[in-house]
Design a protein around this ligand. Structure first.
Ligand SMILES: *Cc1c(COP(=O)(O)O)cnc(C)c1O
Length: 382
């Protein structure tokens, strides 16, 4: 054969017996079948075997299986990011005319999907008070197709009574989906509380190093498995095996990272609580956090994210100046990595006007907490 053919149909015989401790990165679109009769194109690769790279390679399915194991799920789908996981859940459960309930404090892009794609498709997304608890029953309509929970909520950190919401949802045959990103799939055992679908931005704690974007959609039931799998296939939602390999690496250190992050975060948050400039510390493990009693009852720990509310004597400009004056804390979106982050939200009004211009969210990283405290002290001083 010509060398150009050899480049494609190589006769090399490298052993595949390579007992590395890591999952190899399998890339691939085409999967070669042994015969036409064997060729299939189903997405259910765990049952059928591999059919097409979009539905998974050994690397992406390994990550999916490990997230499912961690969360105690029936199955997990890997998506290109957390927001993709959110849109996949909407598209899997809703149709024109559907009604959806979404907590008022939900992750920003989730609310944008509600006002954008969902509205264009004739899906009504109604906002509800994240602390509504069992009273959510009064909001459920005959056409309610999905109830979202996010606990704690983005930025304002309200911890929801998820078991009560799930119970009310199931009484009317409505599936409950949870954005379980804060808990990294481990600090809140979603499936033991009856949640039907648990999603995570793996971008955050599982990735853990701010170098990848991935999401997961974990399901507890066979019905949700079929519905989400069919939809993922129809919209062509696949994930990069390279990113999945990074996430598999991140998973191995998730335990020690979460432990260290929790410890440092509590230390920094306690220090901030003593400061006269700070009115409230919104950290799920602190009694001043709305829904703290649900955290105490349902969670096995806390993570690296919390917010502080400055005293009303400060102007929004002064709050922004505080964030700008930080040196170790970087200003940026996303969280769950090794770098401490701060962000001010001058226009935030998702839970009324009370927090507007006064709230700053912090993500604590793996720096020495004493250095972080010194950085905060110096910025407060300025
Ligand atoms: C970051 C985040 C997402 C979205 O994740 P991406 O991977 O950035 O798309 C979803 N939910 C919550 C709560 C998040 O913080």
């Amino acid at each position: 054969m010509d060398w150009r053919t050899r480049l494609i149909h190589s006769g090399s015989k490298v052993s595949r017996e390579f007992h590395s401790l890591t999952t190899p990165t399998y890339r691939g679109s085409t999967i070669a079948f042994r015969s036409v009769a064997e060729a299939s194109d189903g997405w259910q690769q765990s049952e059928l075997g591999y059919t097409y790279g979009l539905y998974g390679t050994p690397t992406t399915l390994e990550l999916a299986a490990r997230i499912a194991e961690l969360e105690g799920a029936r199955h997990t789908f890997i998506t290109p990011g957390g927001q993709a996981a959110i849109s996949l859940i909407y598209l899997s459960f809703c149709r024109t005319g559907s009604h959806v309930l979404l907590p008022r404090n939900a992750y920003g892009p989730n609310r944008e999907f509600a006002d954008g794609v969902a509205r264009r498709c004739g899906i009504t997304v109604e906002r509800y008070d994240p602390l509504v608890g069992a009273k959510i029953a009064e909001l459920i309509r005959d056409n309610t197709a999905l109830i979202w929970c996010e606990s704690p909520g983005s930025i304002t950190m309200e911890v929801q009574d998820v078991p009560a919401i799930v119970q009310a949802a199931h009484a009317r045959g409505v599936p409950a989906a949870l954005d379980n990103t804060y808990a990294a799939g481990v600090l809140f055992d979603a499936f033991s509380f009856g949640v039907d679908v648990s999603m995570q931005a793996l971008t955050k704690y599982v990735g853990g190093h701010s170098d990848l974007l991935l999401g997961s959609v974990s399901v507890g039931t066979e019905e949700a498995y079929q519905q989400i799998g069919d939809t993922a296939r129809q919209i062509g939602m696949g994930a990069s095996p390279d990113d999945c390999a990074l996430a598999l690496r991140g998973l191995k250190t998730l335990g020690v990272r979460l432990e260290a992050l929790e410890r440092s975060t509590l230390k920094v948050a306690k220090w901030l609580e003593q400061r006269p400039e700070v009115d409230r510390v919104l950290h799920p493990a602190f009694p001043g956090c709305p829904g703290h009693e649900h955290w105490k009852r349902d969670f096995t720990g806390s993570a690296s994210l919390f917010s502080i509310l400055f005293s009303p004597r400060f102007t929004p400009e002064q709050v922004n100046d505080f964030v700008d004056a930080l040196e170790l804390f970087r200003i940026g979106w996303s969280w769950g990595g090794v770098t401490s982050l701060a962000m001010a939200y001058p226009g935030l009004n998702r839970v009324g006007e009370a927090y507007r211009g006064r709230i700053v969210r912090l993500n604590i990283g793996l720096e020495d907490p004493e250095d972080l405290i010194a950085d905060l002290a110096s910025a407060l001083g300025r």
